[in-house]
Design a protein around this ligand. Structure first.
Ligand SMILES: C[S@@+](CC[C@H](N)C(=O)[O-])C[C@H]1O[C@@H](n2cnc3c(N)ncnc32)[C@H](O)[C@@H]1O
Length: 283
C-alpha cells in the first residue's frame, strides 16, 4: 500500500515537475550524479570514476589534476566534489592544479589556435584569495607546465595514483607538456585514468591543432599509453546526450600490472559477472 502510494506520488511529481526534480529531491548521490544534477558533472563523473577504480584496485587515495587553473573556479569545484565523493566511496583525494599564474604563455604557431586565444588571456586575479578559499584542500604548482610537470610526475606517490586529469590549458603547446604527467612508472596511475579535455568541441577544433593534436601525437609517441574517447558514455545513464560526454577521454595504462595479468577470483556466470561489474561501478 505504502509502496503503491509512493509510486503514484512519483508519477504525479514527474508529470508536473519532471523526473530531474524528483531525483534532485529524493535521489541518492549516485542518482543525482547520473542525472547530471551536481555542479560540473564532467568533473564529478571523472573524479567518481577515479574513486571507484581506486577502490576496485585496492587503493584508498587517488590523485586528481587540473591543468589550467585561471581564477580557480574549477579547482574549487574539484575540492568540493572530493568531499562528496569521499563521503560516498571512502576514497580520499589529493588535488593538484597547474598554472603560470599570469595567463596563457607565448604562442608557437597555428597549432596554438591564435585565431581564438592570445598570450596573457585568463590571468589569475588574486592568488591569496584563491588560497584562502581552498583552505589547504588543493595544491597549486605555479610556473610554465613545460618546466614544472616532470618533477611532479617523478614524485607521484603510487599509494595515491593519478585517477583523473582535466586539461584546460586551451593551447597545443601547453597540452603537449601537460600530457607528460602520464609518462611516469605504471604503478603511479590507476590502470585507466579518466580525462576531461575542455577544448575539443568548438568549430575551429581539429586533430592537427590544439588539444586534439597533442592527444594524437601522444598516442603515436607512447606504445603502452593510449588516450581514447570514454566509450562508457552515455552507457546506462538516463541522459543519452550531454555536451560534456564527448570531452571525456580515458588514458589506458596498458603496461600497468592490472592490464597484464588476470584477477585472482573464482569463475563467474554471465549473470554473476554483470553483477560483479555493476556493484563495483565498472560499466
Ligand atoms: C581557460 S583557463 C582555465 C580555467 C579553469 N580550468 C576553470 O575551469 O576555471 C586556462 C589556463 O591555462 C593556463 N595555462 C595555459 N598554458 C599554460 C602553461 N604552459 N603553463 C601553465 N599554465 C598554463 C593559463 O594560465 C590559464 O589560466
Amino acid at each position: 500500500m505504502v509502496l503503491a502510494m509512493e509510486a503514484i506520488k512519483r508519477k504525479l511529481w514527474n508529470r508536473l515537475l519532471g523526473e530531474d526534480s524528483w531525483i534532485d529531491r529524493y535521489g541518492t548521490f549516485r542518482d543525482r550524479e547520473r542525472f547530471g544534477l551536481i555542479g560540473r558533472p564532467n568533473y564529478l563523473y571523472g573524479m567518481l570514476r577515479a574513486a571507484d577504480c581506486a577502490k576496485y584496485f585496492g587503493k584508498s587515495r587517488v590523485t586528481a589534476i587540473e591543468f589550467g587553473v585561471a581564477s580557480g573556479a574549477g579547482l574549487l569545484n574539484m575540492a568540493d566534489l572530493a568531499q562528496l565523493i569521499q563521503a560516498e566511496t571512502g576514497v580520499e583525494f589529493r588535488i593538484i592544479g597547474f598554472d603560470t599564474g599570469h595567463g596563457l604563455p607565448s604562442f608557437q604557431g597555428y597549432r596554438d589556435h591564435p585565431e581564438i586565444w592570445n598570450p596573457g588571456d585568463f590571468a589569475m586575479e588574486d592568488r591569496e584569495a584563491l588560497s584562502r578559499k581552498l583552505e589547504g584542500r588543493a595544491e597549486i604548482i605555479w610556473g610554465d607546465i613545460a618546466e614544472t610537470v616532470d618533477a611532479f610526475t617523478a614524485a607521484i606517490n603510487p599509494e595515491a595514483p593519478v585517477g583523473f586529469v582535466s586539461i584546460d590549458v586551451d593551447i597545443y603547446s601547453a597540452t603537449k607538456s601537460a600530457l607528460r604527467c602520464l609518462t611516469g612508472r605504471p604503478g603511479q596511475y590507476l590502470p585507466a585514468v579518466s580525462m576531461y579535455f575542455d577544448d575539443v568541441g568548438f568549430f575551429f577544433a581539429n586533430e592537427w591543432c590544439g588539444e586534439l593534436a597533442a592527444i594524437a601525437e601522444f598516442n603515436i609517441e607512447h606504445k603502452m599509453r593510449k588516450i581514447g574517447s570514454d566509450r562508457s558514455l552515455p552507457g546506462h545513464r538516463p541522459k543519452k546526450a550531454d555536451n560534456w560526454y564527448s570531452a571525456m577521454y580515458v588514458c589506458h595504462i596498458l603496461d600497468h600490472r592490472a592490464r597484464q595479468e588476470t584477477v585472482n577470483r573464482s569463475e563467474l556466470t554471465i549473470e554473476a559477472h554483470a553483477d560483479f561489474m555493476r556493484t563495483r561501478f565498472l560499466f
